[in-house]
Design a protein around this ligand. Structure first.
Ligand code: TNX
Length: 529
């Protein structure tokens, strides 16, 4: 293929009903009958490719250099994204050209979806199209999973990664620590998990079992994700949301808050932001985290909602001493000082420092910081971060928080001037009216599942799916290609795929009953002890 062919392809008319999610950039509508007779694959970069192909084909597809399903280098095709690919379906061969294993993997995913819905006559697959050229709109297409409030465990996370990969989502933001439980083993501080890992948001009894990932499990999950082009970004939340860590190591307590007339009680919400030993403790944790996620690029250090719990900082001798020494005028300045101090550690380990949008006002280096805009009610925070040149991931509560209900009839879950329907998630981020300049700084989009009200895996799945399928198309498909009516026609096949993969999604067509958490008991999945 000549380089100009791709530009030509990009102008091809789109067939809205092509049964693929996310909708590919461009394709040629032309029926092709391909025979699976004796089909084998050549050039597949990973045995997983053969496994997935065999599953979709319903027969074993072996590796063979002469195989008629061919994974080929990009050659002289101009594909500007490392994740892009060209998929050519002919009578006698199928070719996937891509500049990287990621592109090959995504070409494969498209082929798998096409194969699943194409009519079959014995061994002959009737494909609806002969040529696709595809690449993503955004580089960051993410999902955040809160493991602290309720713990998912290895099996559920791997299943999640499988489904993310199918929809070309490529970042799993893993919220591993929070007030309700510490979920990542740190060898140097074993009590973080043996004590801090105990219980969850709905079971704080002294007898509650622990739930956490061993380092061995984390390595296995990171490798599993990598094979599927999913990069895992760990989050170690600081200096707030720290109660679980403080339960294990009370010497690092920075105090917290008790909400009057509420069951919200977080007396140890913060780490001491100024104590030398606490800063070293956090440095050591981050060092171990860095070795477990060598390809993450970003370590997320939280930084959200600190002002809820900092009231006692004024009484801490270390904070008093710091304020005097560094001439800090208020607690916001102390928080800034702490963020800079910890970002230095993260940057020194070779990672960008990720943080909730509060960190956009801390004067951290633009080239080593990633801001996660979450406060939908504060659009000025996004504007400011972009104006200052910070790269940003868009994950505003509305419509990206999946702990919000998705249908008005649903009782459990959040609302805030409304809730987050499938259509809202799909339409995002059009309403933000991002300028071309903004789009250069916007790394992408992310949905977040906070799990305060998700005691069971069934509910976590119900809240996540199919909204995450909509977010996937939002992250991948260009604005002008998106079409909600077309998405709705393509969705039922995917609801069925999710079900066959053990994930029972909310069915917006049948308005399936809500999977709430009332009366549910928290599950304790595959915990290590
Ligand atoms: C706010 S989002 C939080 C979380 C909660 C979530 C519930 C963010 C950075 N902090 O701790 O789980 O709201 O929607």
């Amino acid at each position: 293929m000549r380089p100009f062919l791709l530009s030509l392809l990009l102008c091809l008319p789109m067939q809205a009903e092509v049964p693929v999610i996310p909708l590919p950039l461009t394709m040629r509508e032309q029926a092709v009958d391909f025979s699976l007779e004796g089909a084998a694959a050549s050039g597949a970069p990973d045995p997983l490719f053969l496994e997935l192909l065999s599953e979709a084909a319903g027969q074993t597809i072996k590796a063979d250099p002469a195989g008629k399903i061919r994974f080929l280098p990009v050659g002289n095709i101009a594909i500007s994204s490392a994740e892009g690919y060209v998929l050519k379906i002919g009578k006698d061969k199928i070719e996937i050209n891509a500049p990287s294993p990621a592109g090959h993997f995504y070409g494969l995913q498209t082929l798998l979806q096409l194969m699943r819905s194409a009519p079959r006559d014995g061994n002959t697959v009737h494909f609806p199209c002969s040529l696709l050229a595809d690449q993503p709109r955004f580089a960051w297409r993410g999902f955040m999973l809160d493991e602290s409030r309720h713990f998912s465990g290895e099996l559920a996370v791997k299943r999640l990664i499988d489904a993310m990969a199918r929809y070309k989502l490529n970042r799993l933001h893993w919220h591993l620590t929070d007030s309700a439980g510490w979920r990542i083993e740190i060898k140097r501080y074993p009590k973080l998990t043996t004590i801090g890992g105990r219980g969850n948001e709905s079971d704080r009894s002294a007898k509650a079992p622990v739930g956490y990932y061993t380092q061995e499990q984390i390595r296995a999950i990171v490798a599993y994700a990598k094979q599927r082009n999913v990069t895992i970004i760990p989050e170690i939340d600081m200096p707030g949301h720290a109660d679980a860590a403080i339960a294990a190591y009370p010497q690092h307590d920075g105090g917290g808050y008790l909400q009057p007339n509420s069951k919200e009680k977080w007396p140890h919400f913060t780490f001491n932001p100024a104590k030398k030993e606490t800063l070293e403790f956090l440095d050591n944790i981050l060092k171990e985290v860095a070795t477990l996620f060598p390809d993450a690029g970003v370590i997320h250090m939280g930084g959200d909602e600190v002002h809820f719990g900092w009231k006692q900082w004024t009484e801490l001798p270390e904070v008093k001493e710091l304020m005097e020494r560094e001439k800090l005028k208020d607690l916001a300045a102390v928080e800034t000082w702490f963020s800079k101090r910890m970002a230095k550690t993260v940057n020194g380990l070779g990672f960008s420092a990720g943080g909730w949008d509060e960190i956009a006002s801390r004067g951290l280096p633009k080239d080593k910081t990633l801001v996660f805009w979450w406060r939908h009610d504060k659009p000025q925070v996004l504007e400011q971060a972009l104006a200052e040149g910070y790269p940003v991931v868009l994950c505003p509560r509305r419509p990206c928080y999946f702990d919000f209900v998705q249908d008005d009839s649903h009782k459990t879950g959040r609302r805030w001037g409304g809730f987050n329907t499938l259509a809202d998630t799909y339409r995002f981020p059009a309403d933000l009216k991002l300028s071309t300049g903004d789009e250069k700084l916007v790394r992408g989009v992310e949905a977040c599942l906070w799990t305060e009200t998700c005691l069971t895996q069934a509910r976590r799945d119900f809240m996540t799916w199919p909204r995450l399928v909509a977010l996937a198309e939002t992250g991948w498909t260009k604005e002008e290609r998106k079409d909600y009516a077309s998405f709705e026609t393509r969705l039922p096949t995917e609801l069925a795929w999710l079900k066959s993969h053990g994930i029972q999604a909310y069915d917006p067509f049948a308005k399936s009953p809500e999977v709430g958490d009332l009366g549910a008991k928290p599950e304790y999945p595959d915990r290590p002890d």
